[in-house]
Structures are given as structure tokens and as C-alpha cells.
Ligand binder design. Structure first.
Ligand SMILES: Cc1ncc(C[n+]2csc(CCOP(=O)(O)OP(=O)(O)O)c2C)c(N)n1
Length: 314
């Protein structure tokens, strides 16, 4: 049987990653039905990427955070000793361990669902989803489970991750910095400025996975503003680029190998399908960014799909 050895001491079979990915889609669909709205196509596109990062790429310690997320304790500041980030769901920081920076924070429910599947977050954690005073935010922020920075204004997290990567290198830490981004963020100038800085400082300890689902909130990327040829542009900015099928855990894990060993930032462009695993979503194309159901018939249709998803062959 194939296995993915990237995470030391814990080889994960691709089948396990696929099962986790299916469970993510199921939970996100369930919540989209419950709340009549959700970032469902993002679960379809990114489930294998995020599951592979956690199970086959990143070196993280066990969660040190409570299974039921803490309420919001205010923004960080000199006068607020109670503020916290959600990074402790990714384990305590250690020089040899990796850090994870989650950039397109409207994907938050996808990350929470993954953390639940991995036992890093309790199964009831989503009871507080999108409630006032809760950290389990619809649009995640630094206090939300699994998040380390506030990135709701898209395109900023990579710059923050670059600063963390530079600081880690200056301290002699061997742990890497992994960033998850969406393709819409490559329409923003700050992203390219960040890449110029990563290349200038030769930050080879940073790896970036991009969910290239070819969609953004106003529709298909190529009609709003194309970012192609993305790989060539990134190479021109000094990155080492791999392009893979974003639903293939083996290819995704292999594309992250060797990060931390040379002087170039690594970008994995994961080509994905925003309807993967929930084929009926194609009927809604190109309006996929935020899914809401229009009538009882549609609710019933998607409720019916839930059962199929639990059998798990997305
Ligand atoms: C700086 C900034 N501009 C605009 C927005 C509004 N916005 C929220 S999600 C989104 C789409 C971003 O593209 P992507 O994440 O690739 O879309 P998806 O695949 O989730 O549809 C936009 C423009 C934002 N959050 N931040």
C-alpha cells in the first residue's frame, strides 16, 4: 500500500487522508444546510490539501487547546493579558516544529471540520459557530481555532508568515512555516510584494500551498482578472514551484518534500475542482463562492447527498 512518509514517525495512508477529506465535506455540507449558507465549494476544493498538510506534511505537536473553544477575550494589546491565538490547536511552539498560517479565513469552517476529524477540536465545537462572543467565527481571526494571525483582509498573511520565517531563521530554528492560500489572493499586489521579500531574504524555510480552484467571489478567476501563467510568474519572483492535482494526497505530500533545505520559498499550486465530491454544485456554476439553498426542494436534494457523502468516496 502507498504511504506518505513526510511527517516523521507517522506515515499516513492516502486512503486515510481521503476519508478525512470526505468527512470535512460532509460536515461543511451539514452546516451549510443548518445555517442556510456556507463556504461549501471551498470544502470541495481544499479538503485534500488541508488534510494532507496536517497528516502528511507538517510537523506539529499535539493540541494544547481546550476541545470546546474559549470565548473571545479581546484583541491583543499591552493592556489585555487575556488575549490568545488559535495556534495552540496546532500544538505548542518548538524550535524543531512547524508553524501553520491560514490565510483565506473565509475557509474557516473547512479548517474547524478538519481539526474535529483529527481530534484537535471537540465534536461539539461548532455549536458556537458564528455566535456573538465566540471564537469559532464564520470568517476566522487570530483567536479562532487553528488560526495564528488575523487575515480577513485577504493577501496579508503571507507577509506575516515571511516575517515569522525570517525570525525563525535568525533564531536558528529548524521548524518550517507553512501557509495555506487561495488563488484570489494572487490578484492582490501585497502577495507579489511578499514574494519579492521572500526571494530577497532567500527564505527556504517557507512552503505555500495554494488552492487554485479558479474561482473567486465575483466568479471565475479568468473573467475577473487572470493570474495565469501563475507558475511562470512565481518562478520569475524567485520561488520554486510545483503544480499538482490538488485532490491527490500522494502528489500533494511529495510536492512539500525538501522544504527547509534550500534557499528558495516553495509554492505548491494545487489545481482543484470547486465541486469535487458534490457534483450537483456544478448546476450553480459560476456562482459558487457562498452557497445558499433557494427552496425546500433544493434543501431536500442536498440533505439526500449528505447520506451519500458519509459513505465516503469523494
Ligand atoms: C483585501 C480583500 N479584498 C476583498 C475581500 C472580499 N473577498 C472575500 S472572499 C473573496 C474572494 C477571494 O478569492 P478566493 O479566496 O480565491 O475565492 P473562493 O475560491 O473562496 O471563491 C473576496 C474578494 C477581502 N476579504 N479582502
Amino acid at each position: 500500500m502507498e504511504s506518505i512518509p513526510a511527517r516523521p514517525g507517522a506515515a499516513t495512508a492516502p486512503g486515510d487522508i481521503r476519508r478525512v477529506a470526505t468527512a470535512i465535506r460532509r460536515r461543511v455540507l451539514e452546516h451549510t444546510l443548518e445555517n442556510n449558507g456556507g463556504y461549501l465549494s471551498q470544502a470541495c476544493s481544499s479538503a485534500e490539501i488541508l488534510a494532507t498538510l496536517y497528516l502528511g506534511v507538517m510537523r506539529l505537536g499535539p493540541s494544547t487547546a481546550p476541545p470546546i473553544p474559549r470565548p473571545f477575550a479581546g484583541v491583543p494589546g499591552a493592556d489585555n493579558p487575556h488575549a490568545f491565538t488559535g495556534a495552540d490547536y496546532n500544538g505548542a511552539p518548538a524550535p524543531e516544529l512547524d508553524r501553520f498560517i491560514f490565510s483565506p479565513v473565509h475557509y474557516a469552517l473547512v479548517l474547524y471540520s478538519l481539526l474535529i476529524e483529527l481530534g484537535r477540536l471537540g465534536p461539539d465545537a461548532l455549536d458556537a459557530f458564528n455566535r456573538d462572543g465566540s471564537t469559532v467565527e464564520l470568517i476566522g481571526a487570530e483567536h479562532s481555532p487553528g488560526h495564528e494571525v488575523t487575515a480577513g483582509s485577504l493577501g496579508q498573511a503571507l507577509s506575516q508568515a515571511g516575517g515569522i520565517a525570517l525570525a525563525r531563521r535568525l533564531r536558528g530554528e529548524r521548524g518550517r512555516v507553512w501557509v495555506f492560500m487561495s488563488d484570489g489572493e494572487f490578484q492582490e499586489g501585497q502577495t507579489w510584494e511578499a514574494f519579492a521579500a521572500l526571494a530577497h531574504h532567500r527564505l527556504g524555510n517557507i512552503g505555500i500551498y495554494v488552492d487554485a480552484n479558479a474561482q473567486q467571489c465575483d466568479g471565475p478567476m479568468d473573467t475577473v482578472m487572470t493570474t495565469e501563467p501563475l507558475a511562470a510568474r512565481l518562478r520569475a519572483f524567485g520561488a520554486e514551484v510545483r503544480e499538482v492535482d490538488g485532490h491527490d494526497p500522494v502528489a500533494l505530500a511529495a510536492a512539500g518534500e525538501g522544504v527547509g533545505e534550500d534557499g528558495l520559498p516553495r509554492v505548491v499550486i494545487a489545481r482543484t475542482d470547486p465541486c469535487r465530491g458534490i457534483d450537483r454544485l456544478r448546476e450553480r456554476w459560476p456562482k459558487l463562492h457562498y452557497v445558499r439553498f433557494k427552496n425546500e426542494a433544493e434543501f431536500n436534494l442536498y440533505r439526500g447527498l449528505l447520506a451519500g457523502l458519509s459513505e465516503g468516496d469523494a
